[in-house]
Design a protein around this ligand. Sequence first.
Ligand code: ATP
Ligand code: MG
Length: 413
Amino acid sequence: MTAPGIDFKEVRSAALRIAGSLIEAGHETYFAGGCVRDRLFGLSPTDIDIATAATPDLVREVFPRAKGVGASFGVMLVPSDGCSIEVATFRSDFAYEDGRRPGRVRYGTAEEDAQRRDFTINGLFEVPSDGRIVDLVGGRADIDARVLRAIGDPEARFEEDRLRMLRGVRFAARFDLAIEPATEAAISVRADRLGGVSRERVGQELRRMLADRGRVRAAAMVESTTLDRTVLGVPRSSEASGRFRLEAMPGSAPWIDALAAWELDRGTAGDAVERLTPGLVLSNEETATLRALLETRRRLQEAWETLGVAARKRLAATPLFARSCDLLATEAPDLVAEIQRDTAVLRSTGLAPTPLLTGEDLKEIGMEAGPAFGRILTEVYDAQLEGRVRGREDAILLARELGEPPASPGGDA
Ligand code: ATP
Ligand code: MG
C-alpha cells in the first residue's frame, strides 16, 4: 500500500528493505501479485505487495511497529520511511461463505498462496534481490501469449468469488488480453449471478474499468459476457447499435462521462440516473454529475438553436457545459462546433456577470418582498444578459415596470 504523494522509487526501496529483513530472519519472501504482473507488462506498478512465509507474529518480531490490517487474513502493514507496505503471510483461502470473502484462512506455502490467487497473470512472485520470477501457475507464458486465464478450475473459482468475473474483464481490458475460452465460458454462464457481490464492489470495479484507457475494450467484454445486465441493471436496448459515442470520448474523460456515453450508446440513458445511483452506489456528486451531463447534452442537442441569448448564457455558464459538449461532440461534432462559436461570442459580453440588482435593492426601492421578487430578479437578469439593461439605473427602471400591477386590458369595462 502506498501513501499518496510518495515516489514509487521510495516505495520500491522500502519494499526491498522490508523483504530483505524478512529473508535475513530466515523467512521465504517475495514481491507478489499485481506489482510483478505490471513489471512484466512493462508498466510501473502503483504499489508493491510482499508475500512471506512468516506468520503475523513472526512479522512483528522483525518489525515491532507492524500493524495488523486484515489481521484475520494474515495481512500486516509495515511502516518504513513515510510509506507503508503490505506484508501478507502465504495462505490458502477456503470456505467462501457469501460468494465473496473467504470465511477463514489457513497459512500455507508459497505454492498454495499462488494457487489461491485469481488469474495466472496475478499469481507470480518475484525474488526481491534480483528480480527473478518464481512462476508456480504458468502466468509467465500467459503474459507472453497475452491471455487472461483463471488459476485452477474457472467454474469453481468464480463460484467461490463472483467478483472475480468483473476483475477478470478489468484486467483483460487493461492489458489487452484475450480471455481464455474456458475462463470466458465460465463467466458467461454465471454472469447473471453477480448477486452476493455487494453493489458497492460492483460499482468500484466498473469505475476502475471506465477510468482506464482500455475502457472501450472493457465495455465490449462486459457486454459480450452478458455481465452488462447485472452490472448496469438492464440489457442493451434492441435498437441500440455499436459503441461509437464511448469510442469517440476523449481518453482523458472522467469515468462518469464515459458511463454517460456508454448509456447513450446502449439506448438506456433515459433512466440511467435512477437505475445507476443505487446500482453502482454512486456518490451524491457522481449522481449530480451524471444527471447534469445527460440533461445538458439533451438540451444542447434539442434546443440550443432555439434558445435566446439569456438562456444560452445560463446554459453555457453551468459547471458541466464543457463536458456535456464533449459528450455531444461524439455524435454531433458540427453542432458542437457551432455551439462553441456561439459561446465565444456570448463570452465577450460575460456569461455570468454579477447581477445588477439583488433582493436588497428591490426592498430599498420600496418593493415588498413576496413571490413576485424572484420572477422580477430573473427577468431583470435576463435583460442584463441580453444587454437590454446596461446599468443599475436601467435595471431599477425595469424592475419598477415589472413590479407594477398589470394594466387592465382596454375595452374590458
Ligand atoms: P490493481 O492494479 O488493480 O491493484 P492487483 O493485482 O494489485 O491489481 P489487488 O486487488 O490489489 O489487485 O490484489 C492484489 C493481489 O491479490 C492480486 O494480484 C491477486 O493475486 C490477489 N487477489 C486480489 N483479489 C483477489 C480475489 N478476489 N481472488 C483471488 N485473488 C485475489
Ligand atoms: Mg493492487
